[in-house]
Design a protein around this ligand. Structure first.
Ligand code: NAD
Length: 242
């Protein structure tokens, strides 16, 4: 493996994954939908350290934009052989308040994004008879989450997608795994407020702290290299779900 695409990697978990992979020797594409300045800053930092990184702004829900991004990576580095589907959105709401367009957007980004990126990189992986796909689920893909029905549904579906695809693609030498983070201290969870986050760390997380983006990156790097592991869901949640 040497060329990695990490979607949603301008900040948070994706940025930590892109940095860890670049530092491990992967040529990395940093992707985001907005705040390209953050993506460019990270790419510059990694290049200053002597690593290889490019940036590409694209909405993973837009298949044409994803295909353009993959073509850009191929021109710069060659075909993608490690795909980390990390881009995701959460819009906490009670079910009866979710508008159809909100429901659709969460599915289009979280699940449709995986479909678009996998379709774009798979032909090369099949041709080479090797490749690695890592999809970001969540503890809410393993358990129900009040006021997160759309998000939780997509994260459950990502586990189904990963297991089914792992079974289908293993004979082609392609591994597919999932990471299920717990509560990780990124922009995404700030909507909960500091008081709730402190309470979660104290009362719900046996290891007594929120996760760090680097905790997830560590597992992504492990899965990227774990040549005999496929179809697995690895929880990284401080013991939230045991
Ligand atoms: P974040 O909100 O901090 O960062 C999200 C990243 O995704 C940003 O770079 C953003 O630009 C990008 N993005 C959003 N929509 C996109 C789109 N349509 N196309 C391309 N890029 C897009 O989020 P995070 O906390 O780092 O979460 C990353 C992933 O981990 C998500 O899939 C999330 O569901 C999952 N996750 C997070 C937590 C947590 O507690 N933070 C827990 C479980 C799972």
């Amino acid at each position: 493996m040497n060329v990695a695409l990490v979607t949603g990697s301008s900040r948070g978990i994706g940025a930590a994954c892109a940095a860890a992979l670049a530092r491990a020797g992967y040529k990395v594409c940093i992707n985001c939908i907005e705040r390209m300045d953050l993506a460019e800053q990270l790419a510059e930092q990694l290049k200053d350290e002597g690593h290889k990184a490019i940036c590409h702004q694209a909405d993973v829900a837009d298949a044409a934009a994803v295909n353009e991004m993959v073509a850009h990576i191929e021109r710069e580095f060659g075909p993608v052989d490690l795909l980390v589907n990390n881009a995701g959105i959460a819009i906490p709401q009670q079910f009866q308040d979710i508008l159809p367009e909100t429901w659709k957007r969460i599915f289009d980004v979280n699940l449709g994004g995986c479909y678009n990126t996998i379709q774009a990189v798979l032909p090369h992986m099949l041709h080479e008879h090797r490749g690695c796909i890592i999809n970001m689920s969540s503890i809410w893909g393993q358990h129900g989450a009040s006021c997160e029905t759309a998000y939780s549904s997509t994260k459950h579906a990502i586990i189904g997608l990963s297991r089914s695809l792992a079974a289908e693609l293993a004979p082609s030498g392609i591994r597919v795994n999932c990471v299920a983070p717990g509560v990780i201290d990124t922009d995404m969870v700030q909507v909960l407020g500091q008081e709730t986050l402190d309470m979660l760390a104290r009362e719900q997380i046996p290891l007594g702290r929120l996760g760090k983006a680097e905790d997830i990156a560590h597992t992504v790097l492990y899965l990227a290299e774990a040549g005999y592991t496929t179809g697995q869901v690895i929880g990284v949640d401080g013991g939230f779900i045991i």
